[in-house]
Design a protein around this ligand. Sequence first.
Ligand code: UD1
Length: 382
Amino acid sequence: MKNCKRFKILSVVGARPNFIKIAPFCSAIKSHKNIDHCLVHTGQHYDAQMSDSFFKDLEIPTPDFNLNVGSASHAVQTAKIMIEFEKVLKKAQPNVVVVVGDVNSTLACSLVASKMGFPVAHIEAGLRSFDRTMPEEINRILTDSISDILFTSCTDANRNLLKEGLPKNRIFFVGNIMIDSLRANQAKANKQRVLELLGLKKGGFCLVTLHRPSNVDNLNILIEIFSALEVIQRHLKVIFPVHPRTQININKLIKTGKIKKSDNLLLIKPLSYLSFFNILQRAKFVITDSGGIQEETTVLGIPCLTVRTNTERPITEEIGTNILVGSDKKALIKESLKVLTGKGKKGTIPKYWDGNTAKRIIKILIRLHTQNILFRYPKSQS
Ligand code: UD1
C-alpha cells in the first residue's frame, strides 16, 4: 500500500489449527512492502506430523522465534509461553500482535501483549460454545475480552461480542480465514495420492477425527464412540487419523481388549494438511469433534456428524452440513445410516467464507495503523 508508514506485525501460532489460519495471513502480507512480519511459534505442537508438515504444506515461513514450550498441563504450558513470549515482545516491539483461534498459545500471548501495552488483534473472535468445561471456551472469552481488534468469521460472533459489552467499533466481520487455506490449496490437495495409498475409493469411506478431552480422555465415552464405529465399519470403510492425545487412550483400550482392531477401521497417524484435505473432500461423510472440520465440511458440502452436544460454530448447523450427535452410540449410528441411504444433510456456504478473509484483515489493520487508532494504552513495559 502506498504512503503507508512502516508497520510491524507480530503474529503467533502454537497448535495445528493455528497453522491453517496463519498461512493465508502470511501470504497476504507478502505483497505489502511496508509491512515487517515477525512470526512466533510457541511450540505447543512440536512434532513432524502435528507441526512441521503443516509449515511445509502451507508454505508458512520459518518462524522468527520458536519458544519450544512443548506439552504440559494447561497451567504450566500457558505460563511457559507467557515467560518466553514476554522476552520476544521486548525485542520485537511490534505495532500490533495478531493471535488466532482458541488454543492455550492464543490466550497466553494475548495476555502478555495486552499487559505490555501492545495492541492485540484476535482472528476468529466471538465464537462461543457456552460450555465453560471446554478449555478452548475459557481461552476464547478471555482473549476476546483483552483484544483491541476483533475479527469475526460470522455474524453470530459479532452478536456474542456485543452482548459481552465489547465496543462495536472494534469488531470487524471479515469472514473465515481457514477457508482461505482451503481455497488456496485445492489444486495441490487434488494431486495427493492418499486415496490410492490407503486403498480407498471416492465416496466409499467415512473419515473420523477425535481429540476433544471430553471425548477422548474419558475411557467410557471413547468405548461408546468406538462401539458405534464398529457398527459403521460394517457398512463402509472408516479412516481415522489419530491425534496423539487420543492415541494414548486407544492404546490402553486395545491392550485391555476393550476395543478391537478391524480391517475396515483403519487407525492411521495424523495426516499432513494436503493429504487430509484430499481425503476430506472425497469422504462419504465425516465424524468429528474438531471445530475447523465442521467449517471445512460445510464449504465442501460433505455431511458432518459432530460428536459434541454444542458447537461454537452454530452457523455450520444452521445453514451448513453439520449435525450435532453428541457421543451417544445410537444417534451416531442412526445419522450415519441416514447418510448412507442418501439422506445426508445438504447446506449452503456462509457469507465471506470465500478465500479473501486475510486480504480484508490486512486492509483493516493498515487503515487502523495509518490513522493511528490501533493503540489502546500508551506503551509501558517496565
Ligand atoms: C490443542 C488445542 C485445541 C486444538 C488442538 C488441535 C488447547 C487448550 N487445545 O489440543 O483447541 O483443537 O490442539 O490439535 O490449546 N502432542 C504430541 N505432539 C504434538 C503435540 C501434542 O504428541 O506435536 C501430544 C502431547 O503429548 C499432549 C497431547 O498431544 O499431551 C495434547 O496436546 P495439547 O497441546 O495439550 O492439546 P491438544 O489436545 O492437541
